[in-house]
Every structure is written in C-alpha cells, then in structure tokens.
Design a protein around this ligand. Sequence first.
Ligand code: WTA
Length: 662
Amino acid sequence: MSQNSENSQPSEALENLLHENRKFPPSAEFAAQALAQPTIYAEAAADREAFWARQSRELLSWSKEFEQTLDWSNPPFARWFVGGEINAAYNALDRHVEAGNGDRVAIYWEGEPGDTRQYTYAQLTEEVKKAANAFEALGVHKGDRVAIYLPMVPEAVISMLACARIGAIHSVVFGGFSAEALRNRIDDAEAKLVITADGTFRRGAPSSLKPAVDTALQAPGHTVKHVIVVKRNGEPVEWVEGRDLWWADTVEVASAEHTPVPHDAEHPLYILYTSGTTGKPKGILHTTGGYLTQTAFTHKYVFDLHPETDVYWCAADIGWVTGHSYIAYAPLVNGASMVMYEGTPDTPHQGRWWEIIEKYKVTILYAAPTAIRTFMKWGRDIPAKFDLSSLKVLGSVGEPINPEAWIWYRDVIGGGKTPIVDTWWQTETGAMMISPLPGVTATKPGSAQIALPGIEADVVDDLGHPVADGQGGYLVIRSPWPSMLRGIWGDPERYKDTYWSRFENMYFAGDGAKKDEDGDIWLLGRVDDVMNVSGHRLSTTEIESALVSHDAVAEAAVVGAADETTGQSVVAFVILRGSALVDGVADPQIEQILRNHVGREIGPIAKPKRVLVVPELPKTRSGKIMRRLLKDIAEGREAGDATTLADAGIMQVISESLKKTP
Ligand code: WTA
C-alpha cells in the first residue's frame, strides 16, 4: 500500500489495484436530493476566489465582512478573508441557538462502559461559555496556548471551542501519546494551561491520563500554571495543590454568560503536532476564517449533510486532525447532530459500532480503512445482526482504501447502495482536498478521484511537470486553499523548506500519486520518511531517535512494512552496543524491552511490531541508510538492487543473521 522512501514507483500490488475499473454512478434518487450539483466544478473553476468568498458568506456568520478574499502577495504565506472578523465558537454554537435551533441535539455521547450524555445546542453553548469564563479567570487570554490531553469525552470539544471563543490557541495532544511526547508538545507551544482527565476506559478497564501530565510537568522550566482535571473514571490521582483544579470546581461553577468577541480572520485557531521527516514533530498552525470555511464546505457537500435530519458520526479521535475538523468544528458550524464515542470497537463486543449506528440511526459514518479492514476480518455476520439501514453516506480517511475494503464497506455496511467518499487530505491541508461528491461523481473503489471544487491538485514528475493520464508521480497542490496551514509554529523556514521548496510555486504533499486513464487520482502513500499505521502518522526518524536513546542501542533504522490490517506496521532494525551483549549474545527480552521503550518515549501507537537485531545496516557510500532494502526484508522479499551500497555483501550478512534469530 505504500511507497518506499527513495522513489515513487508504485509496488506491484498497487499496479494490480490500479486496474480497478468498476464504477458506481450515483442513484437517481440520491442525485435528486443531493446538495452538490455537477455545475459546482465549473462554477468554482471560473473564479476560485469568488467561489470561496461565496461559500464563506453562505456557511459562516462574519462579525465584520472581509475586504479581500485572498492575499497571496507573500507566498507561501497566505491570508484569506483579509479584514474580516469572526468568532469560531459563535459560529459553532450561539448562532444556532439564536436561529431557534437550541433544542437540536449537538452531541450524542456514548461512553465505553455504556453511560451516555446528550447536549443540545443550547446546552453545549452554555457549557462552552462557562469554560470560556473559567479559562479567562485562570489568566488565559487571547493568543495564549492551552494544551488539551483528554479522552473522547464532550469536555474535549467544549475545551477546544472555549479556547476558540476567547482567542486562546489550543494544542490538542492525542491521549495515546506518552508523558515524554506530551512534554515536548507543551514545551514547544509554551502552554499556560493543561486540560486533562483522571483517565478513561479502554477495553472495559480504567486507563489513566493524569499521571502522564504529572510526569510531563515534573521537569522544571515549563510554562504551565494550571491543570484542569475532568473526572471520568474515578481512579485516584496525585494532586499538586495550587496547580491542579477539578473541572467540576472550576468550569461547572462558572457563569454561563459570556459574550464572544470577534477575532481577525487570520487569528490562530490551533496548533496540532504531526510527524514529519525529521525527529521533531511539527506544530501545524491553522487560523480561523479560511479553516472554518473549507471544513464547513467540505463537511456539507462531501457528506451531503442535511442538518435537520442527518445523524453524523466521525469515528476519529479528537487528538488527530480528523477529530479537529470533522468533530469539533465543521459539524457544529453546520448545525449537525453528531455521535461521539469514547471507546474501542470491540468493547464489550465486536458489534459495538453497529449497535451505536442502530441506536442513534446514524446516517453518515466517517472512518478509517484500518477499522474497515478489521471489521472485515471479524466477519460480516457481526454487522448483519444490526439494522444499518439509516446509513446514507460512508466516508473513508487517513490512508488508501483498498478496493476490497471499499466494496465490503459499501455492500456490507452500506447495504450495497450508499455512496463511498474516499477523502484525501492532511493535517496540513486542514480540510478535505480530493474526494468524490456523492450524487455527482461515479465512484471508483480505491481512488479518491478528483480535487474538490475550488482546489487545484495535480500529479507531477520529478521536475514538476504534470504527468500524463496513466502515469505516476508526486501529488501537489497548485494554488493556495482557504484551510491551508499558515506555517509551522515557531519555524517559518521549515514551513517553506518542507512544503514549498521541492517544486516551484507548488505545495508538495509528501504523497505519491497516479492519474489513471480517466485522469482520476489514486493516492499511493508517502514518498518521504513518514509511515501511516492505522491511519496515524508516524515518523521513521522519530522512532529511530527513540530507539537510540536506549542504552543498549548503537544504531537503528525503521521502516513501514505493508500490513494487511493496519496499512503499514513499524519494523525496526537495530545494532546493539557491545556493552548490551553477553558473550556476543543479546538479551532474549531485548525486542520487548525496546518496544516498551518506544512506547514510553512516544506512545503505544509507535511501538514497533518487530525489532530485529542485526550486525550492520545497509548504507550508501555517503552514509545514508537504504531503507528500501530493509523494507524488502521486512515485507519478506528478496532485497532489491543493492549496487549503490558501500558494502555490497551487507544484505547477505543481515539475512543470515535474521535466520539465526529465533
Ligand atoms: C494519508 C489525515 C490515501 C496521506 C487526514 C496523507 C490518505 C496522510 C488519505 C495525512 C486517503 C489521508 N487516501 N491516503 N483518502 N487520507 N491519507 O496528517 O499519506 O494524519 O499525506 O491527516 O495520510 O495524514 P494526517
């Protein structure tokens, strides 16, 4: 499913996949009621800026009208909706209440143990106002950073929107990240406030979060003044007097009167850290007006959202960009009713998702291919026990979806009738960029197909020339888009280098792609050192750094190996230090020890599936590790062309040594 890091030629499996030629035109019934009409592409192409300006005015309530749609006078630094003023929380909440929709359910929340909560728009607005007052009372002001390290509880959305309301910049850290990863992110953003919980429930058992915050804040020199703690699983927690505050004693008791102040269209909304090609995660910066415009637009048209009748469920975690754009912001800005689920799909049984869909009559489901492939493995009998007939549109995100999983999704979950929207985008793009439009596009299993209206995507060769239909290359975006990242927190140079220097005047996404005979785009996975494991972005370099930070490790190389369920899996090759060997033999536990070490340094999601101890690593004469060859081994192939290796015999040595490993 993925690319190796040294070229962009699709693998053989992908070549077969690209011969997929089934097409599923929209049904007449769906097309008749669809919000998107085929003319939308031409309308957008005729005048992109006018198109986005119109969307922005239609979808959002501006406190002050913008004067200029796009300022691109200083590329690659874009300014959208210049001069406009807007409040994101007002757009997500208050205005729906003012419009008479206060009684509509905003969130149906389902806890893993089966407890539930429900918030109407009026109630959610009230909660956010209280949180805004509480944060302000703790000295959090416009422009300050707030770290949010929470499980999938409504307080996560409430906290994010409360920050947006007062102009504070949130930095949500995925609850699966370790104390160390959390500390790096808190430090880089210089957060003043941390919002966390005692813990959550994972596979039927309590699982803790607060201890990671305590560990992260042990080191001196951080900027955190207060920690607000949501009580979720009731497990005992350590307490730092003067610093720690319960949510119930701070937020719930605060006043529910709060007037939102408008912020500049380009006021920072949030920072979200994501893995890049170097060890240090990048703080991707998003701002307000353009971000809200494109997330709301895509949510409405790609899911064909009818907010009065639809029940929408995005099964992502709030800690990733999908949870930001398509849980915290777009659905609420669009006035939708959504489901939010705390737990895992197999607790207490493997039909939990389908039970939730039946219970809330979910009409739109947005999930990752990894989940679909897992459900396929569990078997179609499980979803067959539930009534899934409410489903109308099914979305996919985070990694390429193989045609087999696509068809299964449509047939087994969608009753053979729902359009599937395979949506390509990234943390950096902020919102969907490439996707079919249900009711318009004849969909193709496995392909995200075409750039959304108002977006200019292309596939280019090494020199930046567009490739012909049927050819592969690199995915680029040719012109600025409203929800594009505005930079990397504290590092404008890295922003230019990473995204805008590979090709002139084009955004380089880091993905390999191909145009098929119809000109439809197929995403082929990363062409850089970023892996995609279960739809989560992980950097090979980051995991390598974690490995070499262990005393036993002299050198490490990490590759993403193709994996049937998770898309890719992390495989590490390590050279041990002499001091870690007894009579030249490694500790039989070393693999487990190193896996746990990575878990502690980054988080359980980054734990290598396998750690292989080798005597040498394959390197070019300039000392660059040839991960391509390691990937061949990790995927069980004969290693490919090794002629550029400094030492041609090395692959033989590695293969021999692995044969000896039990
Ligand atoms: C991959 C997630 C194929 C891609 C929203 C991208 C996809 C990276 C798709 C971004 C898709 C995302 N088809 N690949 N529909 N969607 N990707 O930042 O490699 O966590 O660059 O954002 O996921 O991951 P991120």
